[in-house]
Design a binder for this molecule. Structure first.
Ligand code: PLP
Length: 355
């Protein structure tokens, strides 16, 4: 049982889907073929109907969430970008951008128990003519915090002139996100999609695309992952390079298989509430004290050495993989993923082990 928050457990059906992919000759299809395009289209349709992605959003594939950071950084390098972060992934995104575009990149750190209140936004100038970019990590996998959907909607309403980019790598597919509340969203499939690593997904608002086009009229494609090129190909249900067709096939299977996100998120939230109470009742110390900031899909529990190593070893002896800490919290926490592909039964076994 793998509770690592990514790569994590994959859906058990992956075994059959892999076989099917082989039998149906998916593994050698051309990425410009109708067969590929219809796989792509079916994913888009299911993301629209099951994850409520607006129909006018453009969806394309990348190799990973990390590549999505770079695509967004490079495509809007001249626009001031404000990165609000409280953990390792938000900071990495900021650091990559700063390394290339330091003049237009600003980092704003907030505490893990802060609710990203209005005061953090006050230092951003509002300008009717030139928007800013606001970069948020909706679910910070390193410390198990989240920016709630409610707070995201408020930020959207407060910053109507700005573009909002959201890293939802460890929540898209598990939480019921309102995609209208941001202009760029992305994730990797090894988290809440229950698939092997090596594929990212990005969704873009029509406003963002229009702004990009108006400001980059004479752009000549110079790179495979240039924004204009990605959008052009996405409109044809194609990719800019020979993609990970196998994983795209698996994603089409997952999207056919999963129920509506409202059902999935109910299951995730119910299990999260129950696991948080369980951990507190059993005297585990949660890294995040502010309940509003606690993630629904990733848990971080503080534990010092030598107890930490002992627990992780005991877990392995019980056929359970716990996630290591990450970044600043590498040596004093362990993490547990609560993803859609996990079953309630597995959580009962985990609880019995942690009791
Ligand atoms: C896992 C993760 C990433 C990186 O994903 P890759 O697939 O390694 O690029 C980025 N952001 C968050 C929040 C993550 O959880």
């Amino acid at each position: 049982m793998n509770f690592y928050p990514g790569p994590s457990k994959v859906y058990p059906q992956v075994k059959d889907w892999l076989n099917e992919a082989y039998q149906n000759d998916i593994l050698s299809i051309q990425h410009r073929s109708p067969k590929f395009m219809s796989l792509y289209e079916s994913i888009v349709k299911n993301l629209q109907s099951k994850h409520n992605i607006p129909k006018d959003y453009t969806i394309f594939f990348t190799s990973s969430a990390t590549e999505c950071w770079h695509i967004l950084n490079d495509s809007f390098s001249t626009i001031n970008s404000y990165h609000f972060y409280n953990g390792a992934f938000g900071k990495k995104w900021l650091d990559y951008r700063k390394a290339n575009y330091s003049k237009t990149t600003f980092g704003v750190e907030f505490g893990v128990n802060d609710e990203l209140e209005d005061k953090f936004f006050q230092q951003i100038p509002q300008n009717d003519y030139l928007p800013n970019i606001i970069c948020l990590c909706q679910n910070e996998t390193s410390n198990a915090t989240q920016i709630s959907q409610k707070r995201l909607s408020e930020i959207r309403q407060e910053r109507l002139n700005d573009f909002i980019f959201v890293d939802a790598t460890s929540s898209w597919g598990g939480q019921n996100l309102n995609f209208q509340d941001a202009d760029a969203w992305f994730a990797s499939v090894q988290k809440c999609f229950g698939l092997p690593a090596g594929l990212g997904v990005m969704a873009l608002s029509p406003n963002l695309i229009e702004f990009y086009k108006n400001n980059n009229q004479k752009i000549i494609p110079k790179r495979y992952n240039q924004f204009s090129f990605l959008i052009e190909k996405a409109n044809e249900f194609q990719t800019t390079y020979t993609p990970n067709v196998l994983n795209i096939y698996l994603l089409s299977k997952v999207m056919e298989f999963v129920p509506d996100i409202s059902l999935t998120s109910q299951k995730i939230e119910k299990r999260a509430t129950s696991l948080y109470s369980f951990l507190e009742e059993n005297n585990y110390k949660l890294l995040i004290e502010n309940k509003k900031m606690r993630s629904q899909t990733v848990f971080s529990i503080e534990l010092n050495e030598p107890k930490l190593s002992f627990l992780k070893e005991e877990a392995i002896n019980n056929n359970i993989i716990l996630g290591n800490g990450y970044g600043k919290w590498k040596t004093n926490t362990f993490r547990i993923a609560n993803f859609p592909q996990h079953t309630d039964k597995e959580f009962e076994v985990l609880k019995r082990f942690l009791m």
